[in-house]
Structures are given as C-alpha cells and as structure tokens.
Design a binder for this molecule. Sequence first.
Ligand code: NAP
Length: 324
Amino acid sequence: MRVKEFGGPEVLFLEQVPTPQPRAGEVLVRIHAVGINPVETYIRAGKYARLPELPYTPGNDAAGVVEQVGTDVSEFKPGDRVYTGGSISGTYAEFALCKKEQVHPLPANVSFAQGAAMGTPYATAYRGLLQRAAAKPGETVLVHGASGGVGTAAVQLARARGLRVFGTAGSEEGIKLARQQGAHEVFDHRAPDHFEQIMKATSGHGVDVIVELLANVNLDKDLTILAKGGRVVIIGNRGRVEIDPRDTMQRDTDVRGMILPNTPPAELASIHAALVAGLENGTLRPVIGKEFPLGEAAQAHRTVMQPGALGKIVLVPGTQERKD
Ligand code: NAP
C-alpha cells in the first residue's frame, strides 16, 4: 500500500513495487500480518511533526518470516518467525526491509497477528509505564484508555509487574476486555464522574501512575486524582487542554511526555528483550480486535480512529475477504 499525496484514507492505493534486497545489517521479512497504529493516520493526513518523503509505504509494525538476510547478519536466518518494530521500506506490504535491530524473535506460541501488535503498542506501553513513569510493584496505576492497542498492553504489563491496575474504556465490550486483560477495576470514561469513582476506589489516596492515552480530554482532571509523588505519562494527545498547575504543586506530582522514537537504542533493545520474554511465558497476550486484507488499509485507517476499541487492528497480506 502506497501514499503519493497526503490526505484522507482514500489516498492509500495498492501498487506493485520491486521486492527490496537486504544489504549488510539488514533483514528482509515476508509479512503475514501488519499492525495499524493511529500515528499512521496522522502521517497519511500530513498532520504530524515528522513526515516521510512522498511517495512512501506506511507502517512500522508487522510479523512474518525472515526471507533473506544481508551479509554480517548472524542473529537471524531465513525461515525464522519474527516481529518488527520499525522498518526501512514500510510494513503495509508483502515484504519489509528492516535493520536487524528492528527485528525481534516471535515465539512459536504467538500468532503473526499478535506479533504485529508488539512493535509500537507493547513497546510504548513498556516505555511509558516502566521507564518514563517508573511504576513500581505495589503502586496503583490507572490506564486511561485500557481497551485499545497500547492500553491492553499496559494493563497486561502492569498486572504482571504486581501493580494494582485500574483501567477505563468507553463501551461495555471495552470494559469487559480491560477486565479480562487483568485490570482489577474498570471505569467508563464516558461517565463524567469517573474521576470521582476512581478516587473513591483508592479510599481518597489517589493513583500513583496514570498512563494517559487522550491527554487533551483528561489531563486537567488527572492531576486531581494523583497520589503524593504521582506521575502522569502522556502517551496519546489530540488537542489542547487547560490545567491548573497548582494541582501538581499540592502533591509534588510530575507530568511526563513520551514518544517511542525518542527511546535510546540500548533501552529499546532491553524493552524488546523483556517483551519477548513476556510472550514466551504467557504474561503478554496481544488481543486482536479486527483483521482486514492488505488492500483494505483505507478502511482499517477509518476504523482505528473510531471509538469502541477492542485491542489491535491488523492487515493481512494475501487475504481476499474481510474477517470482522
Ligand atoms: P487505539 O487502539 O485506537 O485505542 C485508543 C484508546 O483510547 C481506546 O482504549 C479508547 O477507548 C481510548 N479513549 C477514547 N476516548 C478516551 C477518553 N476520553 N479517555 C481515555 N481514553 C479514551 O489506539 P492506540 O494504538 O492504543 O493508541 C492510543 C493513543 O496513543 C493514540 O492517540 C496514539 O496516537 C498514541 N500513541 C502514542 C505513542 C507514543 O509514542 N507516544 C505510541 C503509540 C500510540 P474506547 O475506544 O473504549 O473509548
């Protein structure tokens, strides 16, 4: 799938391009599933701080099988199951050329669709929760938006780490899903009093960490439900918000932003080592909400921006019919 001009989902079009060839330090992956992330819709629309040169093939996340490796790549061999977190050539495709550091082993107990959920959502959830917010076992975390790709990952990671986990979602199915992923309590973020409900659930103590997926809507109120020394990590934001800075003073709280591409390479490598271990031991179980054929990327872009998230949306190259 290619983009030659920025615009609505309809600018995504199918094109045959030559299969890239791996050079030194590169790996060619035959893709079985592609992860769709909201950021790819912002980039496609031309509304993002970092834009690719046109034309381009979108996508960072995929899972598949190594087709070919460049000289000096000893970590992988043809036939290995892998997932990607980033690529050189784009992942909305049948093949993706990657730097070897962008490729990670996919354990046999994990499907390709699940592997396609790792590169951005799980790495972001890990970076936000455990590195930027430095959440500790025994603390209470609120995953504000626990039904989507990043949120379900954050819930599973936090639960496995020994935190008390609160989540929010905006549909009955989303609330049920967040509970199934390990959240101890789940609140409906459509309810105007959900902040009061959360505060009550902490007996007035407040939450230690908030993983915030829609800061422009929630940040002002988030600052009122943090415990002393609490941290909000901003992962998602779609606009401006007014806050009262005094709320941060009263309880010595921090607001910490992050984007995954800022992660130093060594820290990113350690994140993926932890994620692969979590897949192997079963504590991480990516949830697939919807699958679309590769050619229906435009529809997948419309769907990912709609409310009612239920895990990850993936594209499947080589499929003819849509599977809801
Ligand atoms: P997603 O799968 O579409 O999920 C979106 C989540 O936001 C859903 O759980 C949704 O809940 C929730 N949400 C909707 N309204 C909300 C509200 N008022 N309060 C709290 N949550 C609300 O998307 P995703 O892949 O998880 O990404 C989520 C956000 O993080 C996006 O804005 C994305 O761009 C951003 N992100 C940032 C980074 C980074 O590096 N900083 C990396 C990955 C993603 P319902 O659908 O149940 O209402």
